[in-house]
Ligand binder design. Structure first.
Ligand code: NAG
Ligand code: NAG
Length: 202
């Protein structure tokens, strides 16, 4: 059963993978180019440019050669609606500014952590309105999984969590300790609470 389904999957693979990896757009590298600049100028996200050119472009993107031809996006897996991250941006903010929900934003930018702590200034993210980017090839490292050397995080890290915002509505009364409260209302001596073991813990 298992072997048969693997064979079926392998037979199906050439037809789907050929179509999926046809290059939709190409770019010829110029002297002085670097990956996020190419991404920003050509509307191909940091993730997408790395994945469509894996393993030609290395992990640090420091092996570009002038004249080299890159693929900017695969047919049907090409996000052309991009945004260059600025200082102070958050994942939530970028997504909502472009009218997309967090789920779709994460599908199109799978390198970003749930906490969004690896979003960096100059990173190019996909803000398309539908799922568009290619999957990570098996065995390939996740591009921009950490903030690259020399880049700055978009969202300043907080030293301490902010104090809780004052609540507009008073906290709901705790009904569980009615018995203890009632002692006071009835004018009982406070020491009576000692007879109720649970009152000490409230
Ligand atoms: C990138 O997208 C912007 C905004 O939609 C557009 O003005 C620009 O022409 C695009 N650039 C390329 C190279 O496609
Ligand atoms: C997010 O947006 C996409 C595209 O509009 C939609 O298909 C999906 O259902 C939304 N997901 C959630 C959790 O709202």
């Amino acid at each position: 059963m298992f072997a048969a389904s693997v064979v079926a999957a392998l037979l199906a693979l050439p037809f789907t993978s050929v179509a999926a990896t046809d290059c939709a757009r190409t770019y010829t590298v110029k002297a002085g180019d670097y990956c996020d600049q190419i991404s920003a100028q050509n509307n191909a996200s940091t993730y997408q440019l790395a994945v469509t050119n894996h393993p030609t472009i290395n992990d640090g993107c420091n092996n570009l050669q002038p004249g080299q031809q890159l693929c900017l996006g695969f047919v049907d897996q090409d996000c052309t609606n991009t945004y260059v991250v600025q200082g102070g941006d958050t994942c939530e903010g970028v997504a909502s500014n472009h009218g997309i929900n967090a789920t779709l934003f994460n599908i199109n930018n799978p390198q970003l952590h749930a906490e969004c702590d690896n979003l960096y200034i100059g990173e190019v993210v996909c803000v398309g309105g539908g799922p568009a980017v290619p999957p990570l090839p098996s065995g390939a490292p996740m591009p921009a999984a950490t903030i690259p050397p020399g880049a700055a995080p978009a969202t300043p890290t907080k030293e301490a969590p902010p104090p809780p915002a004052p609540s507009a509505t008073p906290a709901p009364a705790d009904d569980d300790d009615e018995d203890c409260d009632d002692d006071e209302d009835e004018g009982d001596d406070d020491e009576n609470d000692d007879d109720l073991p649970f009152c000490d813990e409230l």
